[in-house]
Design a protein around this ligand. Structure first.
Ligand SMILES: C[S@@+](CC[C@H](N)C(=O)[O-])C[C@H]1O[C@@H](n2cnc3c(N)ncnc32)[C@H](O)[C@@H]1O
Length: 271
């Protein structure tokens, strides 16, 4: 199988540095989701869009050797690296699979988790319904999205706007529009999927960048890479200079750049 197109292709190219540039980010975000899901030893757990395993690793540790933790992701390089990194946990399996239409048997998981994935999918409402069908009665769903973004961080993102196609301008990942803009929007998606006892938990995660170069390295290592790749190659140096200037202006007394990010975990239960 060749490299995938679209957003999965972006993550395939980012996989080697994903969550590995010295910014504790995806780990702390995913651990918040795993805490909220309170996985018990022996449970069967699915992590949809598992990436390098930020959630899959703590989920697998929580279910233990008597349990089962399956991660699926559409980016083969993510799958290869997650499988390599988690090879010492026999309860883990990682496979290439599409979160939009997961080809898994119904009613087989006690817990379905998905961290920072739903907003990338072509039809999030339909995907959530499909994930819900994979839960046993009483099984728990947990989905992580972003809350409001720091205005300073958003101003840096806005430097890419002139180059982004319309679909990327509706920056669902930063929660400005659509179902990802609010707790209520996510709750409505959960209601429409037939999930009950829906609740929201917010946590704050801090990103710290040593300097502008560190910020640039981070920005290529995850979904923001799609924004860089949308900038024509001959315009990238100019955008890079603008980003460096904006980041440099925001540094604190120690020379570092700090952003706090609100993270939204939406939890529900299958009937
Ligand atoms: C921001 S990353 C999150 C990864 C991981 N859950 C974490 O918290 O670090 C988004 C992930 O979703 C995956 N992804 C995007 N579209 C997908 C799809 N249709 N099916 C499965 N995975 C997908 C990407 O390959 C990427 O690994």
């Amino acid at each position: 199988m060749g490299p995938p197109d679209g957003i999965a292709g972006v993550f395939d190219r980012a996989a080697d540095t994903y969550d590995d540039v010295g910014v504790p980010w995806f780990g702390p975000i995913a651990r918040g989701l795993v805490d909220e899901l309170a996985v018990a030893p022996g449970e069967r757990v699915l992590d949809v869009g598992c990436g390098r395993g930020a959630a899959l690793a703590p989920l697998a540790r929580a279910t233990g050797p008597a349990g089962y933790a399956l991660g699926i992701d559409l980016a083969p390089r993510m799958v290869d690296l997650a499988a390599r990194d988690l090879a010492d946990l026999p309860q883990v399996e990682v496979r290439v699979g599409d979160a939009q239409v997961p080809e898994l048997p119904p009613a087989t998981f006690d817990v379905v988790a998905s961290c920072l994935v739903l907003f990338f999918l072509p039809d999030p409402a339909d995907a959530l319904r499909a994930w819900t069908r994979l839960l046993v009665p009483g099984g728990r769903m947990g989905v992580t999205t972003f809350g409001p973004q720091d205005d300073r961080w958003r101003a840096i993102d806005a430097l890419f706007d002139p180059y982004l196609p319309p679909a990327m301008l509706d920056a669902r990942t930063s929660g400005r529009r659509g179902p990802f803009a609010s707790d209520d929007g996510m709750t409505a998606l959960f209601d429409a999927a037939g999930l009950g006892s829906v609740r929201t938990a917010h946590r704050t995660v801090e990103a710290v960048f040593r300097d502008a170069e560190h910020y640039l390295e981070f920005s290529w290592s995850h979904g923001q890479r799609a924004m860089w790749e949308a900038v024509p190659v001959d315009a990238r140096d100019a955008v890079r200079a603008d980003v460096v200037a904006a980041v440099t202006a925001l540094r604190d007394g120690s020379g570092a750049l700090r952003f706090e990010q609100d993270v939204r975990h939406t939890l529900g239960t299958a009937g």
